[in-house]
Design a protein around this ligand. Structure first.
Ligand SMILES: NC(=O)C1=CN([C@@H]2O[C@H](COP(=O)(O)OP(=O)(O)OC[C@H]3O[C@@H](n4cnc5c(N)ncnc54)[C@H](OP(=O)(O)O)[C@@H]3O)[C@@H](O)[C@H]2O)C=CC1
Ligand SMILES: O=C(O)[C@@H]1CCC=N1
Length: 254
């Protein structure tokens, strides 16, 4: 199957890197220099400048522009696509249906880990395209199908934005180690190993049980947990998810 990505930014490239292993991938953008740079990085991708009247008839489109660019790109698309897979944060199915013609509509929320075939992707939309959507996004990581756009917007806050949140935590832990006197390269290597190991444990252990198993009475972890609670980290993460979800809703209401 051929997939056509519209947009050539961070996410389009992340998706393309994984998808080229299983699909023929075409990338359509508006800047030939940027497209050529993508072609250098991912030679399997075919590149194309967007036409004023870009015919998308029967194509399977992965729509990868920013939400605010939807209208300006949509007016250039003609014909009826087979399936439109949108990755736009917040943008509702209804809005996509009004602006781009397709037989089926799917909203997805992948993340940048698609570039290493480890995206956590949430999907919703037309049931007729459910199997194809799961197949495409399973090729670049894990998938969860949800039945409402509200669930997808909350998933956006977790798995779409989440790599940024975890990267902040990772950086802060490494900074803490450097502050305590450990070399930067050692700190960074330890943090990477920490995330890999903890991720494997979290796949089979409840977070609270994992935390309890590390935290001995009056011990080092307990001292650290005390500092984490003083810093309101837990509440900050809850608020971060709420804020990102509300922003997704706000984008969808425009
Ligand atoms: N970044 C992330 O981690 C995630 C992002 N998303 C969603 O993915 C989408 C893309 O985000 P991201 O890749 O980060 O953004 P980027 O800014 O990296 O990419 C946006 C792309 O859209 C293109 N574009 C904008 N306007 C037009 C136009 N009029 N015609 C043709 N192409 C156009 C840009 O072209 P040009 O390069 O020429 O400016 C660029 O290639 C967003 O909707 C976002 O919500 C979803 C999940 C995760
Ligand atoms: O912040 C953003 O706009 C995008 C959407 C999901 C992750 N990043």
């Amino acid at each position: 199957m051929k997939l056509t990505l519209i947009g050539n930014g961070i996410m389009a490239q992340s998706l393309a890197k994984g998808l080229v292993k299983n699909y023929e991938v075409e990338m359509i953008g508006r800047d030939i220099d940027k497209l050529r740079q993508v072609k250098e990085k991912i030679p399997e991708v075919s590149i194309k400048i967007i036409d004023d009247q870009e015919d998308i008839t029967d194509k399977n489109i992965l729509f990868c522009v920013k939400p605010y660019a939807l209208q300006s790109v949509a007016v250039r698309l003609t014909g009826k696509a087979n399936t439109l897979y949108s990755i736009l944060a917040g943008t509702k199915l209804e809005s996509l249906k009004k602006q781009i013609s397709a037989k089926y509509y799917i909203r997805t929320m992948p993340n940048v880990a698609a570039s290493v075939s480890m995206s956590m992707t949430t999907i919703t939309g037309d049931n007729e395209a459910k199997m194809s959507a799961l197949e495409i996004f399973n090729a670049i990581g894990k998938t969860v199908w949800v039945n409402t756009e509200k669930q997808l917007d909350i998933a956006t806050a977790i798995a779409g934005c989440g790599p940024a949140y975890l990267a902040i935590i990772a950086e802060a832990i490494a900074d803490g180690a450097v502050k305590a006197g450990l070399e930067r390269h050692i700190s960074t290597e330890l943090v990477h190993g920490l995330f890999v190991g903890t991720s494997a444990l979290l796949a089979k252990t409840h977070p609270a049980i994992l935390k309890d198993s590390v935290m001995s009475p009056g011990g080092t972890t307990a001292a650290g947990v005390g500092a984490i609670e003083e810093g309101n980290v837990r509440n900050s993460m809850i608020k971060a998810i709420q804020a990102a979800y509300e922003k997704a809703e706000e984008l969808g209401s425009k």
